[in-house]
Write a protein that binds this ligand. Structure first.
Ligand code: ADP
Ligand code: MG
Ligand code: MG
Ligand code: MG
Ligand code: MG
Ligand code: MG
Length: 673
């Protein structure tokens, strides 16, 4: 989440009166930015990660691991520390930033300034992440630990799962049966977002994840933990009137999804054209890396049959009305909308010839008036579609103080809609009054337990993104197939058992990976690969040859085939492409070795020689002596699991199925402060 504006947020009945105002001025703001920056060229590769943590309090006597709700104090403390550190000139630039997140137990950290494309920066990522974790750890209470952990297994269970305890009866924003009001960041934006989603939708959100049936799980599974007879809020009856499905884990609040942690990466492109190519190329990669980073099998105290957070978040902010969801015929609303505002990308946006119109095969409701306005302004079809598709949504939080803005200098109204379209990849226009250029954010990955793993995935994706540019790679498959991959990716053990649609031939015709590539010549700025910098801008890809039918361009592949390559030589696998790219860089020994350990982790996770975090967690719980094979993650098991997670991170517990032997733990050396 970006900067938080302090002001008076409007309740939905008031806010909705300004929906057209926000949309119309949002587009005006975008057009000012467009006119100013559409021709901006030559931005270097700058990039950065976002790592999210949940602060867990360990009660060793009760054997309970709970969520600490001290976000406000912790962030204030970290801000003071960071200010202190910033006085030290040498530290400037490395001082990290900590941000609030939806959950009152969550923290987000980003590097103090973005990494450049230099190789020393590339191999500094892990150290940077560790430094951030060390800072956060140091200024928490002795029994509090920030864990980079995707979903809290016992969020919303009866009993005590937060410190301090609050009763869900007080959930005035979400009306949840399970989560108290205090689970949410108290800044006005978050309770308002929660309440306005519920009000706009006309009911609570309803998420149902299939339960994992173990040998003693009752069949049918009718969850005894749902307080079906509570009557505090009018929506309390929803659960028993059909919202809670049998054989499923039912969740009814934004916090279940937005309370999850993830790992995101943002890359700056050299210009808007390159950003659009990068966006498209990363779209099909989204579900693949979701499956490979899968880390969230447990929900509301149960083992589910999914490994990932994605659909939970999608459901948790699904503000569509019954009309928009197609349950009732359209009357008051304008569109039937197939997806939640948190979901996978619906449209490829590059104007390259390799982006064949057939690939954009998803239904795409868009605001025709906004589309026409963008077109009349001279913006091409695809970008106009992209924006007018985002703009079918209403703004959810409107602050009375900022309804009127200077559209020539603000992007707030634009961002109001843009930043509440949470998709697998985000196309980010430059913010006003800043040196920042056109960027693309990769958003599908689940956060891993250790910074070694998080750095490995970050380094892998940044290298893949450079290989994409360097070799003019073509990853296009019909976007409806990417959606099928998103569904597959979340299934239990998808990294081993799933099959994903992927393109058979990703190299442009006439070019063989690892040999002559655009990388061996100078770019427009006279940079040569000798400078050992990951560059950012490459010639447009060649026009494709004779078009083959789209259906012949892709096939179902396993994770191993996608990552390591298929027997047919045309597809070297994403790791093969990264290897070929690295060959062009002439790395020194130390850099090669470090990158090698990261790619090795990815390789071993892809082949199954190491398991995913989700699989490791399932194995941990199912082999716990207190587990009754009834799909329940009890308080005791949860405690032991989270103790184990902390011990793994610190390197005092070895898990050779999950991590290579060489992993010896994050250093939390106070000396490094
Ligand atoms: P958001 O929450 O809106 O996605 P954040 O500000 O939390 O954004 O994170 C943005 C990330 O982008 C950070 O890792 C930051 O280091 C990185 N970043 C900052 N400036 C640039 C830039 N010019 N180009 C690319 N990445 C950048
Ligand atoms: Mg975040
Ligand atoms: Mg952020
Ligand atoms: Mg933000
Ligand atoms: Mg501590
Ligand atoms: Mg982000």
């Amino acid at each position: 989440m970006g900067l938080l504006f302090l002001g008076t947020p409007l309740q939905w009945e008031e806010a909705k009166k300004y929906a057209d105002h926000v949309r119309s001025h949002g587009i005006t703001q975008f057009l000012y930015t467009w006119d100013r920056l559409k021709d901006r060229q030559g931005d270097e590769l700058l990039w950065g990660d976002e790592v999210e943590y949940m602060v867990v309090v360990f009660d060793d006597e009760e054997k309970n691991a709970k969520l600490s709700l001290r976000q406000t104090e912790i962030l204030a403390k970290l801000r003071d520390i960071v200010d202190d550190l910033s006085c030290n000139k040498e530290q400037q630039g490395t001082i990290p930033t900590f941000h609030p997140e939806y959950g009152r137990y969550m923290l987000e950290s980003t590097p103090g300034s973005p990494y450049t494309g230099s190789l020393p920066d590339l191999i500094s990522v892990e150290g940077n992440m560790r430094y951030r974790r060390t800072l956060a750890r140091k200024y928490l209470k002795a029994n509090e630990i920030p864990l980079s952990f995707t979903s809290f297994p016992r969020l919303g269970t009866p009993g005590v799962f937060t410190e301090p305890y609050f009763d869900p009866a007080d959930a005035v924003s979400s009306h949840s049966l399970f989560l108290p009001e205090e689970i949410t960041n108290p800044h006005a934006r978050f309770p308002t977002l929660t309440a306005n989603i519920r009000t706009r939708r006309g009911s609570k959100v309803a998420i149902n994840l299939p339960i994992f049936f173990d040998r003693n799980t009752p069949r049918p599974f009718i969850d005894p933990a749902i307080p079906r007879d509570r009557f505090i809020y009018p929506e309390d009856s929803e659960a028993k009137n059909g919202a809670a499905l049998q054989d499923h884990i039912y969740m009814d609040a934004m916090g279940f999804g937005m309370g999850c942690c993830c790992l995101q990466l943002t890359f700056q492109s050299c210009n808007v054209t390159e950003a659009r190519r990068m966006y498209d190329a990363l779209v099909p990669v989204g579900p693949i890396l979701l499956a490979l980073t899968a880390a969230s099998p447990f929900w509301r105290g149960y083992i589910s049959d999914v490994d990932c957070r994605w659909n939970v978040i999608a459901g948790s902010v699904d503000d569509r009305t019954e009309e928009e969801r197609g349950v009732k015929p359209l009357k008051d609303n304008k569109f039937v909308i197939p997806k939640s505002r948190y979901d996978s990308v619906d449209l490829y946006i590059s104007e390259d010839a390799i982006n064949r119109p057939e690939y954009n095969d998803n239904p795409l409701p868009y605001d025709k008036a906004i589309y026409d306005r963008l077109r009349e302004h001279g913006i091409d079809n695809l970008l106009s579609k992209h924006i007018s598709h985002l703009y079918i949504r209403d703004p959810l939080v409107v602050f009375s103080e900022t309804i009127d803005q200077d559209d020539t200098t603000s992007m707030d109204h634009f961002e109001n809609i843009q930043s509440t379209n949470w998709q697998t990849v985000r196309f980010k226009p430059p913010p006003p009054n800043s040196p920042i250029g056109w960027r693309v954010e990769f958003r599908s990955m689940e956060v891993q337990i250790t910074d070694f793993e998080n750095a490995a995935f970050a380094v892998f994706v940044v290298l893949l993104s450079r290989a994409i540019l360097s070799f003019s790679l073509n990853f296009y498959v019909p976007i409806s197939k990417v959606d099928e991959n998103m569904r597959t990716a979340q299934q239990r053990n998808a990294a081993r058992e799933g099959k994903f649609y992927f393109r058979k031939s990703v190299l442009p015709t006439g070019r063989v990976s690892g040999s002559t590539t655009p990388c061996s010549s100078e770019d427009g700025n006279g940079n040569t690969p000798k400078e050992k910098k990951l560059r950012n801008c490459f010639p447009a890809p060649p026009v494709p040859e004779e078009a083959t039918p789209v259906e012949e361009e892709y096939q179902l592949m396993t994770m191993e085939e996608i990552m390591i390559g298929t027997k047919c030589k045309s597809f070297p696998g994403l790791l093969g492409l990264v290897d070929s790219f690295l060959e062009t860089l002439d790395l020194d020994k130390e850099t090669a070795a470090k990158i090698g350990t990261y790619l090795d982790l990815i390789r071993r996770r892809s082949t199954g020689s190491l398991v995913t975090t989700a699989t490791w967690m399932r194995n941990f719980v199912r082999s716990h002596p207190a587990y009754k094979f009834d799909s329940v993650v009890s308080q005791e098991i949860n405690y032991d699991l989270l103790v184990a997670v902390d011990n793994i991170e610190r390197g005092v517990r070895k898990e050779p199925d999950l991590l290579p032997d060489t992993y010896c733990g994050g250093l939390h050396d106070e000396g490094c402060l």
